[in-house]
Design a protein around this ligand. Structure first.
Ligand code: NDP
Length: 275
């Protein structure tokens, strides 16, 4: 579906253009202002969609939205909203729908990672982790679904989960540092997808999870060099991904080519699970 060859050897995607036509679509990307979400926003705009970027506290989200808008000649706007606040998510989604909608797709991508040994984790850490990664995803998905149920238009929801819904070893040899709350939150959303897909198919709403392997973003910058190297070598491709390498699967799931895909979890992990 991409015009150019995907790369296997390194430095990110060299794909130059999409055959997807999103000119009648409007896509909301939570956490769309940086990291993987930023590339999701760019990819949707590149395919011709109007894009709404939801951010929490970043200072440059509006500027970034403007830059994407100029780059691809489509409407791209940023909206501040903490996804863990369900009232605010509902009102923001309604506002976006009026402002640049009708919304046709959602990438519920905003996420945080609490990285601590299990014995040091607190109840506060639990709430911090699950309020964004699980409740925030649910709030976003439900707000979009409510709009689509009202209009009977249907839509597609892509939830950014993680390969850590399946893989727990994110440490290096002899360094048992894990992310048990983070990994559990991703296991939770990968399951959430199946329930939402089943309940909302009657409204023409498809729900899928995209589960990245390691991607070079702020979230992985804290990793110690030897753990990073060990983890990179434990994928078939022998490296971390660049954020834009997640976009092909997301765009496919949002597009009409993805019309038979629902309730699924799609791993974009450089072969980590297969290794
Ligand atoms: P980043 O840390 O680079 O960016 C996180 C994004 O989420 C930011 O845009 C941030 O907004 C937003 N965000 C965080 N909390 C909230 C909130 N309460 N309300 C609204 N927005 C919020 O993350 P990545 O790009 O690395 O990750 C994106 C997704 O991919 C996450 O769900 C992550 O768990 C998942 N993932 C990442 C992997 C990786 O290796 N990087 C691997 C597998 C999955 P702001 O800038 O305003 O704070």
């Amino acid at each position: 579906l991409l015009k150019d060859e995907p790369v296997a050897e390194g430095k990110g995607s060299k794909a130059k253009g999409f055959v997807f036509d999103f000119t009648d679509k409007c896509v909301v990307v939570t956490g769309g202002n940086r990291g993987i979400g930023y590339e999701f926003s760019r990819a949707a705009a590149k395919a011709g969609a109007r894009v709404a970027i939801i951010y929490r506290s970043s200072k440059d989200a509006h500027e970034k939205a403007e830059n994407i808008s100029k780059e691809f000649g489509v409407k791209v706007k940023a909206y501040q909203c903490d996804v863990s606040d369900s009232e605010k998510v509902n009102s923001t989604m309604e506002f976006i729908d009026e402002d640049i909608g009708p919304i046709t797709g959602l990438i519920a991508n905003a996420g945080v990672a609490v990285v601590k040994p299990a014995l040091e984790l607190t109840a506060e850490d639990f709430h911090k982790q699950f309020n964004v990664n699980v409740l925030g995803v649910f709030n976003s998905a439900r707000a979009a679904a409510n709009l689509w149920i009202d209009t009977k238009q249907g839509g597609s929801i892509v939830i950014t989960s993680s390969m850590s819904s399946r893989i727990y070893n994110q440490a290096g040899p002899g360094k048992p540092l894990t992310q048990v709350f983070y990994n559990s939150s991703k296991g939770a959303v990968s399951n959430l997808v199946k329930g939402l897909a089943a309940e909302w198919a009657q409204y023409k709403i498809r729900v899928n999870a995209l589960s990245p392997g390691y991607v070079n973003t702020d979230q992985t910058r804290h990793m110690e060099p030897e753990i990073r190297e060990w983890q990179a070598q434990s994928t078939i491709l022998g490296r971390f991904a660049e954020p834009e390498e997640m976009t092909g699967q997301a765009v496919l799931l949002l597009s009409d080519y993805g019309s038979y895909m629902t309730g699924g979890e799609y791993f974009v992990d450089g072969g980590k699970l297969a290794w």
